[in-house]
Ligand binder design. Structure first.
Ligand SMILES: [Zn+2]
Length: 391
């Protein structure tokens, strides 16, 4: 059975659905403004990062949200959801998350714009339904805290204030959203460190780590301009702006996992970076690539057998031995042999430039302050470790 029909069938079976067939193909524009309204409450999906979800009215104060991916399975089980609600006084709202093609993964994050907290859910035995109670009022509920284009705009603007910083646009997405970048350091600094983020839309904890990491790099450069003569950093924090805006689980608007497109370069987002790299001055060479993501645990995917001795020394100088030393942030180092043609940034940068290229994975539920502090420690340790690559 086609997934579209599966989802539609469930929607019909569950009762009054306010919308028609769900948008599972990429021809549908934007988060669709579907909503469920009763006389005492309303659920809406009309903002950036809202999910593709559809809602079902189960009762005056009871709704189901159908959590469905942007394309039919197989897809990574990162079931993003985000909705806002308004409810009159008179009791809590009950909302069931009903997962299609996945199981409950993300603890709901609730905010009324002032206060933030995590919600307790009751999950069904098979994990396909999670039920929460919501206080009356107005608030947003999302799989992870929302970190959207407005947040990136603020971060890019802040980084661009640095003495050696320049902000620019590398290209644009399928939906003509800019792929924004900041270069920190001098344009002719010979060693280039690439920092990539948000290839995968739900991976907000990776975005939190990246923001703190780049803040720290910017501070180091401000304190030591000599560093900016030797090293420049290309920061591209939002590689998949369409996916983030639409609440995708994985893909860009081309229906492609961008982190499987390095080498093929079939998508505008990866093409934009490839074009910039190809135009680098002859004296500038990539030295390191870090790609920020999220998964179930804190870890770094690093090169396996293919790592050179010098790259091993870099790893030793930067990360090894620190796995249990950071408060609230235990991590592991996972060696993964290059899988030719895998299309990941990690493997492509290693193969194309012979440099350390790591995937920086942050646990979904890692303590947010610990994420930031650990990222700052990693950033402060980076210049010294980079020296090892120069030997
Ligand atoms: Zn990822």
């Amino acid at each position: 059975m086609e997934f579209r029909h599966l989802l539609f069938g469930i929607a019909l079976a569950t009762g009054a659905c306010t919308a028609g067939a769900p948008p599972l193909d990429s021809s549908v524009q934007g988060p669709v403004g579907s909503a469920c309204t009763t006389s005492s409450a309303k659920l809406s999906f009309d903002f950036e990062a809202a999910s593709f979800a559809r809602c079902v009215i189960e009762g005056e104060r009871e709704f189901s949200v159908l959590v469905a991916p942007e394309h039919r399975p197989p897809i990574n089980p990162s079931p993003w959801y985000a909705f806002r609600y308004e409810a009159r006084a008179g009791g809590e709202l009950t909302v069931h998350l009903r997962y299609l093609a996945s199981q409950h993964r993300y603890v709901p994050k609730w905010t009324d714009g002032t206060e933030r907290r995590q919600l307790i859910v009751e999950t069904s035995e098979d994990g396909t339904t999670a039920t929460m109670q919501l206080p009356p009022g107005r608030a947003t509920v999302s799989a992870q805290e929302i970190f959207d284009s407005g947040d990136y705009e603020e971060a890019l603007e802040r980084w661009a204030q640095g003495p050696l910083a320049r902000r620019f646009v590398l290209g644009s997405s399928h939906d003509r959203r800019p792929i924004g970048a900041v270069r920190l350091g001098f344009a002719d600094a010979p060693r280039l460190v690439l920092l990539l983020g948000r290839q995968h839309p739900p991976e907000v904890t990776g975005a939190i780590a990246m923001e703190s990491f780049v803040d720290q790099i910017a501070a180091l450069l401000a304190a030591d301009p000599q560093m900016g003569k030797r090293y420049q950093f290309l920061v591209i924090p939002l590689l998949n702006p369409d996916g983030v805006a639409r609440g995708n689980w994985r893909a860009n608007l081309g229906g492609k996992d961008i982190n499987r497109d390095w080498g093929e370069f079939s998508q505008p987002e990866t093409q934009a970076i490839k074009g910039w790299l190809d135009a680098l001055p002859a004296g500038v060479r990539p030295a390191l690539m870090l790609d920020f993501h999220s998964t179930h645990r804190n870890l770094f995917y690093v090169q396996g057998d293919e790592a050179s001795e010098r790259q091993e020394q870099f790893l030793g100088a930067w990360l090894q031995g620190k796995e249990n030393s950071l408060p609230g942030y235990i991590f592991s180092i996972e060696r993964r042999n290059a899988n030719p043609g895998s299309g990941t940034a990690k493997n492509w940068f290693h193969q194309a430039y012979g440099i350390p290229a790591y995937t920086y994975e942050v646990a979904d539920d890692a303590d947010r302050m610990a994420i930031r502090q650990a990222a700052a420690v990693f950033a402060r340790g980076l210049p010294g470790a980079l020296e090892v690559l120069e030997r």
